[in-house]
Design a protein around this ligand. Structure first.
Ligand SMILES: Cc1cc2nc3c(=O)[nH]c(=O)nc-3n(C[C@H](O)[C@H](O)[C@H](O)COP(=O)(O)O)c2cc1C
Length: 438
């Protein structure tokens, strides 16, 4: 699941009893911007976006035999290139042919592939013929059982090892009833294993998974939302309460240096309506992992782990910042910028740390407004595809020496430097945000 199926949640699902876990859907061309790196500190394999240093996919030894990398693609070539990059790190490759989102359909991906079966089969066959690991796909049902079976038969002929079927049509939404009968009909008439999906509304405990499996006559069941809400649904021994699940999740998020924004999103989806409680509102104000952990009495755990990682040299985005972000002719070009009297500091802007309301520029502009100063101005310099901005406020200039991938990020970086010099953000906070490294 997008943003849910990242490493900490996948590991949690496995520890609670899931047999197989899927990554979130990763779009092929975005994945191809990444480089594989072994992370010596976390002992993970990271695929790092070369344009901005963010982690596209992080995986660990613990899930190696059980993790399926799910791809969004409309191109056999690109799908194969990605699959080759990860072939040694994951257990299988899945092609998402069930996503009904506009973004997917416009790109010829997701459910659009069910209308373009030749292309869908070509993608699957290319992968099957060239990979040493199993290939699977995930689809939605069509409006009759016969049409659905016909599609599944064609897809199965490519040599895929299993197929996940979401028992709703392209136009049906989660509130619509799932069609057990269609999944059952297909599973009884096809030789490859069918994984039944779409039952979360009727799955409230482990026994319900078995019921859903029986009703759909399938070999296995894929659970999305029920696991997103309470991942201990996979426990045969019974579910844990929400706070226990959040604590276990947070420990993994800290252990694998998950981004605060992704961690917050996952916890929000566990809390759901409880976000409206006083504790929920306090949680919504959190910006760092430490602040989130504090609410679940894991503040010390988080601080200790983070300081251990810092001693070992973990550098957040700095560590993964690709060399290419340093323009080769930076010095020469920098000569054009007059940096006398400019407050300089090396901080990077990490978008995932902020929501739309608390961006560094917004924080700075709010402070400026409150104090009756003139709005700051930004002068941005570009060297090749990299940007650096000089912010002027009250006759003083501020800039970050870190070159950003676009103008907007460069301005936010300069705003962070100004916030620091004005005493509105501390060095410690910047370190925690991964924006500065000591
Ligand atoms: C937030 C969210 C993200 C999702 N992301 C994906 C995804 O990345 N890949 C995918 O195949 N399906 C994705 N789905 C669909 C689910 O995998 C699943 O097909 C659907 O929710 C029905 O199953 P359920 O009843 O168990 O939730 C997503 C659903 C939700 C609600």
């Amino acid at each position: 699941m997008v943003r849910i199926g990242t490493l900490p949640m996948r590991l949690l699902a496995l520890r609670f009893g899931a047999d197989i876990v899927y990554s979130e859907e990763l779009i092929d061309w975005k994945f191809l911007r990444s480089k594989r790196r072994y992370n010596e500190i976390l002992h993970t394999v990271d695929f790092v976006d070369q344009t901005d240093g963010t982690i596209v996919f992080r995986t660990s030894e613990e899930e190696k035999e059980k993790v399926v990398l799910q791809l969004g693609t409309c191109s056999p070539d690109r799908a194969l290139k990605v699959a080759k990059l990860v072939e040694k790190d994951v257990a299988a490759i899945d092609i998402n042919m069930g996503c009904p989102k506009e973004f997917s359909i416009k790109g010829g991906m997701g459910v659009a592939l069910m209308q373009n079966l030749d292309k869908a089969c070509c993608i699957l066959k290319t992968l099957v013929d060239n990979l040493s690991i199993p290939v699977t796909c995930k689809i939605r049902i069509l409006d009759t059982k016969e049409k659905t079976l016909e599609v599944v038969q064609k897809l199965a002929q490519t040599g895929i090892k299993a197929i996940a079927i979401h028992g709703r049509t392209r136009d049906e939404r989660p509130q619509h009833a799932v069609h057990h009968d269609i999944i059952k009909y297909v599973s009884q008439n096809i030789s490859i294993p069918v994984i039944a999906n779409g039952g979360s509304k009727e799955i409230e405990k482990y026994a319900d998974i078995l019921k859903f499996k029986e009703m759909t006559g399938c070999k296995s069941v894929m659970i999305a939302r029920a696991a997103e809400w309470n991942c201990s649904i996979f426990r045969k021994e019974g579910m844990l309460d929400m706070d226990q699940v959040i604590r276990e999740y947070l420990k993994l998020a800290v252990l694998f240096d998950n981004s605060p924004s992704n961690t917050k999103y996952c916890v929000q989806n566990i809390l759901r309506e409880l976000q409206e409680t006083p504790r929920g509102r306090k949680f919504l104000d959190c910006q760092t992992l430490e602040q989130i952990c504090e609410i679940w009495d894991l503040g010390d755990y988080c601080r200790n782990k983070q300081s251990e990682y810092q001693k070992l040299g973990i550098q957040g985005r700095w560590q993964v910042c690709p060399d290419e972000l340093e323009p080769p002719n930076k010095k020469a070009k920098c000569g054009d910028i007059n940096l006398n009297d400019v407050f300089q500091m090396k901080v990077c802007f990490i978008r995932a740390n902020y929501n739309d309301l608390n961006l560094p520029k917004s924080q700075l502009h709010a402070w400026v407004g409150k104090n009756g100063y003139k709005v700051p101005t930004y002068e941005t310099h570009q060297v090749e595809k990299l940007f650096r901005s000089i912010l002027t406020l009250n006759g003083k200039k501020y800039t970050s020496t870190f070159w950003e991938k676009n103008k907007k990020f460069a301005e936010q970086g300069a705003a962070l430097v100004a916030l620091y010099h004005l005493g509105l953000i501390t060095e410690e906070e910047l370190i925690k945000l991964g924006s500065i490294i000591k």
